[in-house]
Design a protein around this ligand. Structure first.
Ligand SMILES: [Zn+2]
Length: 182
């Protein structure tokens, strides 16, 4: 096994426990149908590619679903353990850029993930995803988090303009360096 495999943090996480974590968050009193909210559901095998992703069938409406159906965690190309690690790093107050570095992911991908995770680990997926907003959000994060909006709001006049220009330059630099390293 290569050293790079050994230091890949997400590879050390147990998939079974990650899915158990999601189930515990989502259904603390047992699985419920996301369509009709019935508790009369039976286990119905496992996902074809993710063995620990439990599938269910609703006895009331005959609907089929699994551990991630209807959540922001469904339909993403990142494995669940990457989401769980991302959540853990958020708890340590790491920035999106630090998380991206730790997970070896694109900064704008992590930005999207952390925004979704702030709504909750298993919050419902939004109906429409606007991919074009990623670039705008990226500048906002630098201006907001790094610039400390409360402190910025207290300052005024040329000082505020100067710090805005500095943040703009920083944002531009980050986008450029982030792209070249991707
Ligand atoms: Zn149902």
């Amino acid at each position: 096994m290569a050293v790079s495999d050994l230091i890949n943090l997400s590879g050390l996480l147990d998939d079974a426990k990650c899915f158990a974590l999601v189930r515990q968050h989502r259904w603390p009193e047992g699985a419920r149908c996301p369509v009709c909210d019935s508790g009369a559901v039976i286990r119905d095998g496992h996902d074809d590619t993710q063995f620990y992703r439990q599938r269910y069938r609703c006895k009331t409406c005959a609907g089929r679903f699994d551990d991630l159906t209807g959540t922001v965690l469904a339909g993403h190309h990142q494995p669940l353990r990457v989401w769980v690690l991302c959540l853990y790093f958020m708890g340590l107050n790491l920035s999106n850029w630090q998380i991206a570095g730790e997970l070896g992911l694109d900064g704008s991908d992590v930005q999207t993930m952390t925004e979704q995770l702030r709504r909750g680990l298993v919050a419902k997926a939004p109906e429409v995803t606007l991919k074009g907003e990623v670039e705008v959000d990226e500048v906002y994060v630098v201006a907001g988090h790094k610039g400390q909006p409360a402190a910025v709001a207290k300052r005024g006049g040329s000082d505020a303009v100067a710090s805005w220009q500095a943040r703009r330059a920083e944002a531009r630099w980050r986008r450029t360096s982030h792209r070249s390293s991707a």
